[in-house]
Ligand binder design. Structure first.
Ligand SMILES: Cc1cc2nc3c(=O)[nH]c(=O)nc-3n(C[C@H](O)[C@H](O)[C@H](O)COP(=O)(O)OP(=O)(O)OC[C@H]3O[C@@H](n4cnc5c(N)ncnc54)[C@H](O)[C@@H]3O)c2cc1C
Length: 406
């Protein structure tokens, strides 16, 4: 674990990553954004381009995850999502599944499954993380998918329906959260890896969405999915010991799970910062050019002040995101739920800034002739997934009051 003070000045290495991803975002991702939004399909050729340059690769994710300042992935995500959020999520969705696998998997499990999530530039693959269910969204303790252990074979048998899974059903490797003992809520759950081609896993309906339409979101049906014991992340011995502690009244695992979420939220926040910045920059450039009443619209204080607030709020969101990412990398405790704070602020900022961008473009902003309406549709998911804004406030509220806020 590195021990560097928080510094908002990026190291030369991180600047290099930022500029490299920016170049890809500006030349490949942004120009393709409108087309894949309309097609509402996974942009395989763009993911392949990203794989060819090494951006869509396990190496890149691993290297940047361990970058000493904690800001490597964060700046990469901001740039990529500045390019386009739907395509961005198609490129990093696997990374979110990989993070879930790494949070509970052994090093053997990571060694086996992470490379299969990414594939190779000639044969790209995806990963999917499946936790949410029709009746278990914010309330993850209500997960009904059951994992039952078959003593005779040592296999696990999974049954249930997952929903809203990014890359669900088209991924090579699915990471699935299931309940081993429903009476214990979240503490009775375990995470499994479902290997490629496992019988019983199929895609349910694919959702048509408001935004991030290039990113595939679908149901995943698990019908008597039989998995060898080695697919239980962390192994059975560890699970049995944890369940025994919980049954004896311990609070086993809860703190660790909360910490994992705090450490991954900055990367989600960084995506929202990228969208917000894209909206601000587009509106600023428009306001410098568009003339009404014989002057640039940006010369009106009403517009310039709005742009001032937009720029300021993007910076606030970015700095909070960088702080939380640095805290995660340096093992700091999230006493005020700073990870949730940055996700809350970045998500709300992205929605607000992109809405103001539409306003600044007027009628043009409301059409698909300009990308700001797409930025706005894309931004909205950031107040919903990876914990809604209300759930972030719940977590922050509990952290700052010490009360069991509900
Ligand atoms: C495009 C997309 C991609 C997604 N990708 C994935 C994925 O890859 N893997 C995955 O597992 N999930 C994924 N999700 C699911 C996502 O995380 C959930 O949608 C989210 O957690 C909210 O759950 P819900 O939709 O069931 O809403 P609900 O939990 O039903 O919430 C509805 C409303 O009630 C509010 N609410 C709920 N409980 C409380 C409370 N206690 N206090 C105050 N307000 C409350 C919520 O904030 C929200 O406003 C994705 C969702 C979408 C739309």
């Amino acid at each position: 674990m590195s021990e560097t003070g928080f510094c908002p000045e990026l190291s030369a290495d991180v600047r290099e990553v930022r500029d490299w991803v920016h170049e890809f975002a500006a030349t490949v991702v942004r120009p393709a954004g409108a087309e894949w939004d309309e097609r509402e399909e996974t942009p395989w050729p763009v993911i392949q381009e990203a794989a060819k340059i090494g951006l869509y690769s396990l190496d890149f994710f691993a290297q940047q995850w361990f970058e000493p300042s904690g800001l490597g992935l964060i700046v990469a995500f901001e740039e990529l999502f500045w390019g386009d959020a739907g395509i961005g999520l198609s490129i990093v969705g696997t990374g979110l599944a990989a993070a879930a696998l790494s949070a509970s998997g052994t090093s053997e499990q990571m060694g086996e499954w992470l490379p299969q999530m990414f594939g190779t530039p000639d044969d790209i693959k995806l990963g999917a993380f499946c936790a949410s269910e029709p009746d278990a969204g914010s309330d993850v303790g209500a997960i009904r998918t059951r994992a039952v252990y078959d003593e005779a074979s040592g296999d696990w048998i999974l049954n249930g329906v997952k929903t809203w899974a990014t890359n669900g059903g088209i991924a090579n490797v699915h990471v699935v959260v299931a309940s081993v003992d429903p009476s214990l809520g979240t503490r009775g759950q375990a995470t499994f890896v479902v290997p490629p081609g496992t019988p019983g896993l199929s895609m349910g309906q694919k959702f048509k969405k408001h935004g991030i339409r290039a990113s595939h979101t679908a149901e995943v049906v698990l019908d008597n999915v039989r998995l060898p014991g080695s697919c239980l992340l962390g192994g059975k011995e560890k699970l049995d010991a944890r369940l025994a502690r919980v049954r004896e009244g311990g609070r086993s695992g809860e703190q660790a799970a909360l910490r994992t979420f705090e450490t991954t939220r900055p990367s989600v926040a960084a995506m929202a910062v990228g969208i917000a910045r894209a909206g601000f920059e587009y509106a600023r450039d428009y306001a410098r050019e568009r003339e009404q009443f014989g002057r640039k619209i940006g010369e009106n204080q009403a517009i310039a002040f709005l742009l001032a607030d937009m720029a300021t709020r993007v910076d606030v969101a970015r700095l909070m995101t960088w702080r939380a990412a640095w805290m995660a990398r340096n093992g700091r405790s999230f006493n005020q739920a700073e990870g949730s704070m940055c996700k809350l602020v970045a998500g709300e900022t992205a929605v607000w800034v992109t809405e103001q961008a539409i306003q600044i473009l007027g009628g043009a902003g409301y059409t698909r002739e300009h990308p700001v309406e797409r930025f706005h549709r894309d931004a909205k998911i950031y107040t919903i997934f990876e914990g809604t804004s209300e759930i972030q406030r719940l977590i922050i509220g509990r952290a700052v009051t010490g009360l069991p806020v509900r």
